[in-house]
Design a protein around this ligand. Structure first.
Ligand code: BGC
Length: 761
């Protein structure tokens, strides 16, 4: 009898898998897709359905609190029983093949796994960190960067990235600002769209495209005091106008998955939040894809004080619309009994499983579960010329020139005597930044290497004091030396003898990223002291900053003639920096986040409200919105960045000064390159709605264009003004355009005061 049932089941499996072999990947909107999903679903037991909703970390890498001992044995057992729908952090195509083989060949239904990885800014070849990429404002380059990341990771077995992170944040203390597009919702939305398109391409069944994830839904970037995982309390006006739009843009780009977040939002954990997941995302926005939890975030509803225990947490999460459980193992443990007890509806399980299966069909995994596991392809694509070129292009475009007094930059390419100072100048690891996937440690081109290979100068390198001590990696804190001044004197001597000093200072690659919030945003360790000492003997300093967030550099901004913001630029870092320092690339980046004068100003952002007592020039009484010990203004505003040439704006014109709500009109300005070299300017359009039913920001970015001009050349730059530029979301979430007066600003950064008036009827 036992024999007979085994034979029958084997025959069913054979038939099903033969059937799957013949199923061609189907496009979105193909009516056959739902039928295939339904027919597979009808074959599944409740246990198998729940299994699809379970995602485990692989056995190689960890990107969250480490699993317990004995975890691997349990995971293998679940894999074999068909109780795993997806794995993350499986490294390399051979390992993917090994786990996929278990899912496909050893489980009753042979449903393939979808394999996730945090491909945040590349996989084995790294682009700049996302915040740096955002500084390029170059949407085509950003899309290309995501596209090559998809190519390289998919060749290693990955078919799902947990990116882009589209969380808006105004708090540089939060370490994860490195992973997003900065403080602005308009720029963030444009970039979210491009990143999704870059990862997913036009056809998901192609082997070089992967599923993207819009994360973290929602509000994660607004954690109190910039401390990671902390409480988030924001009003609905901020939610609809500032936090949601980049997620909506990702959705417009057809993003296939969302990830919820660790934080509570106005008291309710995002993971158990049905307003966010059911009402907004799957309801109002009609999202048809998959919502995955963040790492262990279902279980974290217990310490949040929202769930009594693991079973309760599973119930709350699934009922609120979380489809897949990443690493809590609570769905696989409790959902079957929760359904049997009537606490969870089987129809909700079915809905979640359909979303998961649909993606597996769209990826073409049923047609060929090993399509991403070709080690020859992996070898051929990894680090290919196309990828190296794209990341170098992205890196040079991400650099922001903050100051260049006296034309110290660009440096001559030969015959100069340069002192290169700072541990980071020779560091081949820090430029890789945080979230570095499978890149080899110490594999970035350093500034030292870049300067040597692209010029013929005499370069004397001195490390100065050790700043970062010991080995760092994703899981550990970075140790900073505050005491040992060995190396100071050598650096000072080298500076004395040099014509020009290049100092590379900033953060270690692991001082930003997840779990890396900081309260002091000055240059870590003894770097500030070193900078001041070197300045005393040679003020001809070019300061190159390497960092994952805005830093407080008020002293440098006042004293140092040239400052270059070079972020953590990835594998080609040193080459990109050398190109900018030598003038082979004229810097064109603009800050995607405000640089504060001091930490006390944070959160500081350009699109704030006016207050009832704004900072009027000439104000002499104390009763206005200000600090006694610091100006309100930032050190460098959002959108700011210089070039080796200069630009002049003139002739700002509106095609009419009055417009109906549904209409549109043209705003134009003449931009001229008034300097001596070719350069690219990012012309930015900002809008201020003077009087509205809710107080509106003093300025909001509503458009930008990148214009390249030869010396002396000028061009008329035009923007269309329509209701998208003028409307906003009410606190109830309705989009409206109101009559009244508006000011339209154009310029090269958010502080530009060049404006015209517009009246809307
Ligand atoms: C992060 C996510 C990430 C996940 C998997 C979590 O700690 O918050 O952004 O995708 O880990 O690595």
């Amino acid at each position: 009898m036992k024999y007979l049932s085994t034979i029958i089941i084997s025959c069913i499996i054979l038939l099903i898998s033969l059937g799957f072999q013949n199923i061609k990947p189907v496009a979105k909107g193909d009516p056959a897709l739902d039928a295939r999903v339904d027919s597979l679903l009808s074959l599944m037991t409740l246990e198998e359905k729940v299994g699809q909703m379970n995602q485990y970390n692989g056995f190689w890498e960890v990107t969250g609190p480490a699993p317990k001992d004995g975890d691997a044995a349990r995971k293998y057992e679940h894999l074999r029983k068909g109780l795993v729908g997806s794995m993350l952090n499986v490294t390399g195509s051979e390992n993917v093949r090994a786990v996929q083989r278990i899912a496909v060949e050893e489980t009753r239904l042979g449903i393939p796994l979808v394999i996730g990885y945090d491909v945040i800014h590349g996989f084995k070849t790294l682009s700049p960190i996302p915040l740096a990429e955002a500084a390029s404002w170059d949407l085509a380059a950003i899309r290309k960067s995501a596209e090559v990341a998809a190519k390289e990771s998919s060749a290693a077995g990955v078919n799902w990235t947990f990116a882009p992170m589209v969380d808006i944040s105004r708090d540089a203390r939060w370490g994860r600002v490195m992973e997003g597009a900065g403080e602005d919702t308009y720029l963030g939305s444009k970039i979210a769209y491009e990143r999704v398109k870059g990862f997913q391409g036009e056809d998901l069944s192609q082997p070089h495209t992967i599923l993207a994830t819009a994360k973290h839904f929602a509000g994660y970037g607004f954690s109190e005091s910039g401390r990671d995982y902390n409480t988030v309390d924001v009003g609905t006006s901020t939610l609809y106008n500032d936090i949601f739009p980049p997620f909506q843009a990702a959705l417009e780009a057809d993003v296939k998955t969302f990830m919820n977040s660790f934080n509570i939002l106005n008291g309710i954990p995002a993971t158990g939040n049905s307003f966010l997941q059911r009402d907004i995302l799957k309801g109002k926005w009609a999202f048809e894809g998959l919502m995955v939890s963040d790492w262990g975030s279902i279980r974290e509803m217990i310490p949040h004080g929202f769930a009594r225990d693991g079973k309760h947490a599973a119930e709350l999460a699934v009922n609120a619309g979380s489809d897949m459980d990443m690493e809590s193992a609570l769905y696989v443990e409790h959902l079957v009994s929760l359904v049997k007890e009537g606490k969870v509806k089987e129809s909700d399980i079915d809905d979640a499983v359909k979303r998961i299966l649909k993606l597996k069909f769209e990826l073409g995994l049923f047609e060929d579960p090993y399509k991403y596991c070709n080690s020859d392809r992996e070898k051929e694509i990894t680090g290919s010329k196309e990828i190296r070129d794209a990341v170098l292009d992205m890196a040079q475009k991400s650099i922001v020139l903050l100051k260049n007094e006296g034309g110290l930059l660009p440096l001559k390419k030969s015959g100069a005597n340069i002192a290169l100072i700072g541990q980071l100048a020779a560091d081949k690891d820090s430029p890789l930044g945080s979230w570095r996937a499978l890149v080899e440690a110490n594999s970035a081109v350093s500034v030292l290497e870049g300067l040597i290979s692209s010029g013929q100068n005499k370069i004397q390198y001195e490390r100065g004091p050790l700043v970062f001590d010991g080995t760092q990696n994703f899981a550990f804190e970075v140790k900073v030396n505050e005491e040992d001044r060995t190396g100071f004197q050598e650096a000072i001597q080298a500076a004395k003898q040099a014509e020009v000093v290049v100092m590379v200072l900033g953060e270690n690659g692991f001082q930003s990223g997840e779990g890396r919030s900081r309260t002091d945003l000055g240059l870590p360790g003894l770097q500030q002291e070193l900078l001041e000492e070197v300045y005393k003997v040679n003020p001809n300093i070019v300061l190159v900053l390497m960092n994952g967030r805005p830093l407080v550099i008020d002293w440098a901004a006042e004293h140092i003639p040239s400052i270059v913001e070079a972020w953590h630029l990835g594998s080609e870092s040193g080459n990109a920096i050398a190109k900018v320092l030598y003038g082979d690339y004229n810097p064109s980046g603009k800050l995607p986040m405000t640089f504060p004068r001091n930490v006390g100003q944070i959160p500081i952002y350009y699109n704030h409200k006016n207050t009832g007592r704004p900072d009027y020039p000439g104000q002499d009484l104390v009763f206005w919105s200000h600090y006694m010990d610091s100006p309100n203004t930032p050190l460098y505003p959002f959108g700011y960045g210089l070039s080796y040439t200069s630009f002049e704006y003139s002739d700002l014109k509106l095609s009419a000064s009055q417009m109906n709500k549904g209409g549109n009109m043209e705003l134009s300005v003449v931009l001229k390159n008034t300097g001596a070299v070719k350069g690219k300017e990012t012309v930015q359009l900002y809008v201020h709605d003077l009087v509205a039913s809710t107080s509106r920001p003093i300025k909001e970015l509503k458009g930008f264009q990148q214009i390249e001009l030869a010396p002396g050349e000028s061009k008329e730059v035009k923007f269309i003004i329509d209701e998208k530029s003028l409307g906003f979301y009410t606190p109830e979430g309705n989009w409206i355009v109101e009559s009244g007066e508006f000011k339209l600003f154009l310029g090269g950064d958010s502080a530009s005061e060049m404006n015209v008036d517009l009246v809307i009827d």
